[in-house]
Each structure stands twice: as structure tokens, then as C-alpha cells.
Design a protein around this ligand. Structure first.
Ligand SMILES: *[C@@H]1O[C@H](CO)[C@@H](O)[C@H](O)[C@H]1NC(C)=O
Ligand SMILES: *[C@@H]1O[C@H](CO)[C@@H](O)[C@H](O)[C@H]1NC(C)=O
Ligand SMILES: *[C@@H]1O[C@H](CO)[C@@H](O)[C@H](O)[C@H]1NC(C)=O
Ligand SMILES: [Zn+2]
Length: 687
């Protein structure tokens, strides 16, 4: 998942689950409906079995990283890919419009349209191979520490880091320093340039306030990813488009959007974006002033866009790490119950039991015994594992697990509830056919999981479960601090989550020329950020974002963030809550539980519009940002007061901003041309 909450929703490679829309696809000609129904029955059984084997092999690998487990997993993935192509060919032969049962029709269409199997075998393998390579390049990107030359045994100490001792949370420096010391006697083993995005680089961006260091890691990570990925990405665009056209779509973006079953999808999404812009601009303007105070007017113009490296995050998508710079009431408290959890002797197991009880208190399902037997709730001592939190459905209606290297912190307590929500969703739709065991559209899983966590990271709830006592702080100030934390995570994220696929769709639609310029045009237009140094088409900054090069659509995260508040408000209405939305806790409300289970049980067997209509008791069938705006209303009022003397709410860009990423002309134009020629050559070679 997009790391808003640090979770990965596991979706199988062979169920790419891209597309669905009945009006597009050129159907097959076989009109034997009995045969088609028989095929679907067999498919359901075989696909579940295949899904189980692949998922199990992936689980074994990520919870026990060995070469043997990696090979086994790749073998299973190859088998499932073969199965996908075979099933696709069988399914595509039928004329689905002849099937009398709409559920059967929907399944058949989903099998056919959710795939790139329309490509010839060699191209199908090629695009899969390209995606694998791009992920490997991305995951192996490493940079040298700031201010360090690669290891030199004659230097007894690393050159001093700017005030690292003062910065307690400044672990990368300490780590590199300890690493350096550990390897001092062994120059051969010393490899200094081993800082990865997660955790070292991300930590620097989150905690360092030294501009030159932020710039260094921001640029270095892009240097190690973009240029190596660019040619592969261009070929990927070509193949993805061919697959889409062969399946009956205009281009690959069109195929990705079809999963939303909304013929005016682009307009709907844009309308939602426009409705949250006023709130974003208030937040943006306030944050910019604080950054001007911290870094000075030479770094941040007081009416301009914000340089992208100062917001605490590699992509300027989540600003919660700069809370220390923007906290509304620094003398008042920020909610953190970690110390209280430690004082009360919490353990990871107890955190999971508490999360389970949250759901059963609402009349929802307990997790089965297999969950407790199979899950990995803490980092195991003796083996190497991937620690990203994730929830797993093994497709056999028996095994559900969570993998999380849980530590006793408030962050992990929230994450535990979030992952448990995914498991609850799995349990609720378990009786659907395999094809429908999924969210109503790609945004639903994350939206539901986050909607529930809005009721957990929540003052009244933390008081109710005995983790928070108000310590004579002004409740208004505590609330504003809390809402600011939420806004830095959710509101700041919206323009980013919106622009990623605007860019991707434009590349699928209009081609790959000036890709990097177009990326920054959109960053500026929607997010109001500019690169801290000048960029060219030799750079490929979209390649610094994993979801771009790993072929994962992104608009779902935008919609999920909107939808989570819409769902949350419906749960609150059902529970009888009155008063501010951010103070609503649905714990122990069976009526709220019923709203949730009614949403979850159908899986993707019904269009999302029907589910939203049922959830809102007929009020609307669309995703709407009204609840999000309502939730942040108290903060927005406060921000308006803070911003009342600002000359400009939002940003205006000038020539210098745009020149940072404009397409080169004149002398540098030659560079651009020769680079694009180079790309063409490589492309032909790949063909
Ligand atoms: C880890 O995988 C290896 C195979 O590579 C296996 O022999 C070993 O038993 C596994 N360890 C655990 C704890 O599952
Ligand atoms: C503490 O909490 C109680 C009830 O939640 C509230 O009535 C009271 O005003 C709070 N006291 C302070 C000083 O914040
Ligand atoms: C949603 O409802 C409106 C009218 O209430 C209707 O015109 C529209 O077709 C519905 N959309 C979907 C996707 O069902
Ligand atoms: Zn999640």
C-alpha cells in the first residue's frame, strides 16, 4: 500500500485486477452458456488453488528470506502466470452477453478484462520481466552518506557531521558512524555507500533540518534510480498500451481506470480534487510561512511554491515529520500514548488481541485460530524477513495472517488495527467466488482500514481504553495539535495522490516525450512544489516513486483517503455520535458494525456505486469529500485566522520556478536530442 499508514495490502501478481467495464470489450463468439458456466466453476476452484500456492510461497519467502525460498516463489509465480494466460484464452472465447446470470457475466468479464494476457506470449513475458527488473533496480538503490568520501582507511574518524549530537532522532548518522567504527579494522569489508531509502534516507529527510544535507539525499536517490529506469519504463509504456488496445481499450490508462466502472471517471476525480483545494491551500500557506521562518526567504519565497526537499519526505507527499516546525500549540501536548503503553506492560500479542476486540465489540468476526498459529507478529530472531506490515488472505477460506514486526508504540497500535481491518474484510467476503474476494473498487480496502483507524487514533477512544489521561492541557489546543498531525498526513497527501496518475495517464495517452518536465509541471500545478535544483530529461524523477515503476495504479490512494472519511462519518451517524467528527469513536457500536459488514460482505460482486448508495442510505452513489472537509473544519477555521495577513493563499510561480524544469533549448537542446536518440536505439535493441 501507499505508505500513508505503513501497510502493504497483498495482491497477487496474476490477479492484476485492472479493468472492468462491460461496454468496452470485444467479446468472444462462443455462445454455449452451459459450457461457460462450467468453465467459471472450474476456474473458481483452480484459481483459488493457484492463489493459495503462490501466496504461501510468497509468505514463506518474506518471512524467511533465503535463496531457496526465493526460487520456489519464482517457480510458483511462473506457473500462475501460465495459468492466467490459459484461463484468459478460454474466458475470452465466450460471448458473456449471452450469460443469463449477471454474477456469472460479471465474473467472466472480470477475468478477461483484468489482464494483459491479450499480448502475444513473448511480449507478455517481456513486460513482466521489465517490471521485475525495474523493481530490482529500485530496491537496490544505495547512496553514500552526506559529507563522506567512500571509505578511506587513513582517515581515523569520519569528518564531523553537522551537529549530529544535538539531534537525538538522527539515527542515520549514528548508524553510519557505528558502521564505520565496526569496520575500521577491516577496510576490505567496509562499504560505506550503503544507505537505502528505507530506513536511512527516509529518516534523514524526516529528521534533518540541514538544507544542504536534505538536498544531497534528495538528489542522490534520484540519480541512483531515474536514469537507470527510464528506457525500461518507456518500453513498458509501449507494451502496456499494446496490451490495452488488444483488450479493447484506448490505452493502458483507460484500462486502469475501467476498474472504477464510471464512464466519467476522470471528471469525477478532478471534481473531488477541486473541492479539497481550498483546504489544502490554507494548510500549504501556513506551512510555507513556518518554513520561511526556519530556512529563510532565500530558500522559500513567501508567496511561491515550496522546494520539494523541505517537507520531511522524499516525494513531499506526507508532511507529518515536520510537525515540530508547524505545531499549532507547542506548549500544549501532542497525543502519544507510547509511554503509557510501556508503563502498562503492553506486548505485541496484547495489541493484536485489543485490535480483535475492537471488531468483536462492534459485532464483527473474531479471527480464526489459524490466524494466531500462522501470523508473524514480531521480528523473529534467527532469520532475515521483510518487515513492512501487511495482511494476507491465502484464498482457501481458512488461512488469514498478518506480518508485522510489532513494537510497543502508538504507531504500531494503530497499524495493528489497520491490518486487522483488512483481515476483517477478508473474513466478511470469504463466501464470494474467488474473483469477487476483493474491495468493491481498488480504493475500498484501504479506505475501510483507515476509516476504522480514525476511531482508534482519537482522543475519546484512547481515553476510553485507559491509555490517555488529559494532563490539564487546554482541550482546544490539544485538538488543534491533533488535527494538524492528521492534516499533515491526509490533507497534504491529496494533491500528490491525485497528480501521480494524472501524469501516468498523460504518458500512456500522449507519449513519453518530455516526461520529466510534465511531471514537474503537475507537481507545481497541483502540489505547489518545485525541485530544489534544476532538472532535465536526463533525469527521470517519476522513477523515484516505487508505484510508478512497479506498475501499481495510484489514484486508488487518492480516492481511499477521501472515502475513508465518508465511511467514517456514516459509521459515526450509525453509532449515534453528535458533535465534532474528529471526536467520534465507534468502538462497541453494533449499529456501526452493521454498516461495515454490509459494505464488506459483497466484496467486488457489486459495483462500488451500489455499495456507497446502500452505505449512505440512498443519499448518494459517489465518493464525496464532504466528510473530509467537515472533519478538518475546526482546523481550517484556525488556519484561516493564522493566514489572515498572508498576501497570497496558495502559490504563484515565476520564471525561475518554471525554468528549473523547462525543456532545454539551444545548446542543451542538442543534449536532449542525442539523449532521445539514445533511447530510441535502446528501444530497438529491446524490441
Ligand atoms: C527457512 O527456509 C529454509 C529453506 O531455505 C528452511 O530450511 C527453514 O526451515 C526455514 N526456517 C523457518 C524457521 O521456517
Ligand atoms: C479533562 O477531560 C474532561 C472529560 O473528558 C473534561 O471535561 C475536562 O475539561 C478536561 N480537563 C482539562 C483541563 O482539559
Ligand atoms: C448514480 O446516481 C445517479 C442519479 O442519482 C445516476 O444518474 C447515475 O447513473 C448513478 N451512477 C452509477 C454509477 O450508478
Ligand atoms: Zn492497508
Amino acid at each position: 500500500m501507499e505508505r500513508v499508514s505503513g501497510c502493504v495490502l497483498v495482491v497477487l501478481a496474476f490477479f492484476t485486477r485492472l479493468a472492468y467495464s462491460e461496454d468496452y470489450f470485444r467479446m468472444g463468439t462462443n455462445t454455449n452458456t452451459a459450457e461457460a458456466v462450467q468453465f467459471l466453476r472450474e476456474y473458481d476452484r483452480e484459481a483459488s488453488g493457484m492463489c493459495y500456492r503462490v501466496t504461501m510461497s510468497q509468505w514463506k519467502f518474506v518471512t524467511n528470506i533465503t535463496e531457496y525460498n526465493r526460487r520456489r516463489m519464482l517457480e510458483e509465480l511462473a506457473l500462475s502466470s501460465k495459468f492466467e494466460r490459459l484461463s484468459w484464452r478460454k474466458a475470452a472465447a465466450y460471448d458473456s452477453t449471452r450469460l443469463p446470470d449477471p454474477q456469472n457475466r460479471r465474473q467472466l468479464v472480470k477475468i478477461v478484462q483484468s489482464s494483459r494476457a491479450a499480448l502475444p506470449d513473448e511480449k507478455f513475458s517481456e513486460i513482466q520481466q521489465l517490471i521485475t527488473e525495474m523493481k530490482e533496480i529500485y530496491n537496490s538503490a544505495k547512496i553514500c552518506p552526506y559529507g563522506q568520501k567512500p571509505y578511506d582507511p587513513h582517515v581515523p574518524r569520519p569528518p564531523t557531521y553537522p551537529d549530529y549530537q544535538q539531534m537525538q532522532s538522527y539515527q542515520p548518522t549514528m548508524q553510519s558512524y557505528q558502521h564505520y567504527q565496526a569496520n575500521q579494522d577491516n577496510p576490505e569489508l567496509a562499504n560505506y555507500c550503503d544507505m537505502q531509502l528505507d530506513p536511512e534516507i527516509s529518516r534523514i529527510l524526516a529528521h534533518s533540518r540541514i538544507e544542504s544535507e536534505l538536498l544531497y539525499v534528495w538528489k542522490s536517490f534520484r540519480d541512483k534510480t531515474g536514469p537507470k529506469l527510464k528506457n525500461r519504463f518507456m518500453r513498458y509504456v509501449q507494451l502496456a498500451n499494446q496490451a490495452a488496445v488488444a483488450t479493447g481499450y484506448r490505452d493502458a490508462g483507460d484500462q486502469m481506470r475501467a476498474a472504477y466502472e464510471d464512464s466519467s471517471f476522470r471528471a469525477s476525480v478532478e471534481e473531488i480534487y477541486n473541492q479539497v483545494v481550498p483546504l489544502y491551500k490554507q494548510l500549504f500557506t501556513y506551512v510555507r510561512r513556518k518554513l520561511v521562518q526556519r530556512y529563510g526567504e532565500t530558500s522559500v519565497r513567501s508567496d511561491g511554491p515550496i522546494p520539494a526537499h523541505l517537507l520531511g519526505n522524499m516525494w513531499a507527499q506526507n508532511w507529518k515529520s515536520i510537525m515540530d516546525l508547524v505545531m499549532p500549540f507547542p506548549q500544549s501536548s501532542n497525543i502519544d500514548v507510547t509511554a503509557e503503553m510501556l508503563r502498562q506492560g503492553f506486548t505485541p500479542l496484547r495489541m493484536f488481541q485489543m485490535a480483535e476486540e475492537f471488531y468483536t465489540s462492534m459485532g464483527l468476526k473474531p479471527v480464526p485460530p489459524e490466524f494466531w498459529r500462522g501470523s508473524m507478529l514480531v521480528r523473529p530472531a534467527q532469520r532475515s524477513v521483510q518487515c513492512t506490515a501487511s495482511a494476507w488472505d491465502f484464498c482457501n477460506r481458512i488461512d488469514y495472517r498478518i506480518k508485522q514486526c510489532t513494537e510497543v508504540t502508538m504507531q504500531d497500535l494503530i497499524s495493528t488495527h489497520h491490518e486487522m481491518a483488512h483481515v476483517q474484510y477478508y473474513l466478511q467476503y470469504a463466501d464470494q467466488p474467488q474473483m469477487f474476494r476483493d474491495g468493491a473498487n481498488p480504493a475500498f480496502h484501504e479506505a475501510v482500514a483507515n476509516a476504522v483507524t480514525l476511531s482508534v487514533y482519537n482522543l475519546p477512544h484512547l481515553q476510553r481504553v485507559g491509555l490517555y489521561q488529559n494532563k490539564s492541557h487546554d482541550p482546544y489546543e490539544v485538538s488543534m495539535n491533533f488535527l494538524m498531525t492528521m492534516a499533515l498526513e491526509k490533507v497534504a497527501y491529496l494533491p500528490f495522490a491525485f497528480m501521480v496518475d494524472q501524469w501516468r495517464w498523460s504518458v500512456f495517452e500522449d507519449g513519453v516525450q518530455n516526461m520529466n518536465t510534465r511531471w514537474w509541471q503537475m507537481k507545481l500545478r497541483y502540489q505547489g512544489v518545485v525541485p530544489p535544483i534544476s532538472r532535465s530529461e536526463a533525469d527521470f524523477d517519476p522513477g523515484s516513486k516505487y508505484h510508478i515503476i512497479s506498475d501499481q495504479e495510484y489514484i486508488k490512494y487518492f480516492l481511499a483517503t477521501i472515502l475513508e472519511f465518508q465511511i467514517f462519518e456514516q459509521l459515526c451517524i450509525a453509532s449515534g455520535h453528535t458533535g465534532h467528527l474528529h471526536e467520534c469513536d465507534v468502538y462497541r457500536s453494533r449499529d456501526a458494525g452493521r454498516v461495515l459488514s454490509d459494505m464488506m460482505q459483497p466484496g467486488s460482486s457489486k459495483p462500488a456505486s451500489e455499495i456507497i448508495r446502500a452505505m449512505t442510505k440512498g443519499k448518494t452513489n459517489r465518493i464525496s469529500p464532504e466528510s473530509l472537509v467537515k472533519y478538518f473544519r475546526p482546523l481550517e477555521l484556525w488556519l484561516r485566522v493564522q493566514n489572515r495577513d498572508e498576501p497570497l493563499i496558495g502559490w504563484s510561480s515565476n520564471y525561475h520556478d518554471v525554468a528549473l524544469f523547462a525543456p532545454q533549448r539551444g545548446a542543451s537542446g542538442n543534449t536532449y536530442i542525442s539523449l532521445s536518440l539514445l533511447s530510441t536505439t535502446v528501444l530497438h535493441h529491446l524490441l
